[in-house]
Design a protein around this ligand. Structure first.
Ligand code: DX5
Ligand code: ZN
Length: 218
C-alpha cells in the first residue's frame, strides 16, 4: 500500500495557499500538514487555529496539525474547534503528556505524540497505547529545508517492534528532510505517513513530487 503523503504548508506560497492545497489534493495527497510554532518551543512562528479554520471548508484533506508550542494544552480546544483532524504534541513540550493526549481525545480529535531527534523512543512507551499516530522528527523542528538525520530510522524500527510486541496499530509519521530518497528509506523502516515541505513546494510541479512520493513509498 502506498504511503500517506502529507505536504507541509510551511513551504507553500501563502499568497496562493488555496491553489497550493488543491494541487496536492488532486495529486493524491491524503493529509495536509500544518505546523503551529509559537516562537518559544521553537524559534520561529507559524500558523495558528485561525488558519486551520479557514482551510477546513476548502479541502477534504485530513488536517494533520503539528503543535510546536509550550503549554500545548492551551491550544487543543481551539484547534479541535477549528477543524483539526489530528493534533500532534511534543513529549518535550509538557510534563503532562498523558493529560494532553487525554484532552485531545476528549475533544474528538485523533491524537499523536511527537519526539525530537534528541529524545529516545523509551520516553513515549507509556503513552503508545493512547495514540493514533507517532511522529518521529527527522530534523530538529522549527524550520523547513533542513537535512534529514539518517540515524532516526532506527527509532522507526524500534517503534515497529513495540507495535508488534504490544499489539498496537498506530501510524508512524516522519517529518523533516523528506524527499524521494529519504521517503523510501523511512518507508522501508516502517513509516507510513510522510510529511514533505520544501521537496513538494520549493521548486516546480508539486503534483509530480506528490506522485513520486506515492511511488517510492509503495
Ligand atoms: C519543521 C516542520 C516541518 C517542515 C518540514 O519543524 O515540522 O513540517 O515543514 O520541512 P521540510 O520537508 O522542508 O524538511
Ligand atoms: Zn511539522
Amino acid at each position: 500500500m502506498a504511503g500517506i503523503i502529507a505536504p507541509s504548508i510551511l513551504s507553500a506560497d501563502v499568497t496562493k495557499l488555496g491553489e497550493d492545497v488543491t494541487l496536492v489534493e488532486k495529486a493524491g495527497a491524503k493529509y495536509l500538514h500544518i505546523d503551529l510554532m509559537d516562537g518559544s518551543f521553537v524559534p520561529s512562528m507559524a500558523y495558528g487555529p485561525a488558519w486551520v479554520k479557514q482551510l477546513r471548508p476548502m479541502t477534504n484533506l485530513f488536517l494533520d496539525v503539528h503543535l510546536m508550542a509550550v503549554h500545548p494544552e492551551n491550544h487543543v480546544q481551539a484547534l479541535a474547534d477549528a477543524g483539526a483532524d489530528l493534533i500532534g504534541v511534543h513529549v518535550e513540550a509538557t510534563p503532562h503528556i498523558h493529560r494532553v493526549l487525554q484532552m485531545i481525545k476528549k475533544a474528538g480529535v485523533k491524537a499523536e505524540v511527537v519526539i525530537n531527534p534528541g529524545t529516545p523512543v523509551s520516553a513515549i512507551v507509556p503513552v503508545l497505547s493512547m495514540v493514533d499516530q507517532v511522529l518521529v522528527m527527522t530534523v530538529n523542528p522549527g524550520f523547513g529545508g533542513q537535512a534529514f538525520l539518517p540515524e532516526m530510522t532506527d527509532k522507526i524500527k524500534e517503534l515497529m517492534v513495540y507495535k508488534k510486541e504490544l499489539g498496537l496499530d498506530f501510524d508512524i509519521e516522519v517529518d523533516g528532510g523528506i524527499n524521494n530518497e529519504t521517503a523510501k528509506l523511512t518507508a522501508d523502516a516502517g513509516a507510513n505517513v510522510f510529511v514533505a515541505g520544501s521537496y513538494v513546494y520549493d521548486k516546480k510541479d508539486p503534483a509530480a513530487k506528490v506522485q513520486t512520493l506515492l511511488d517510492v513509498t509503495k
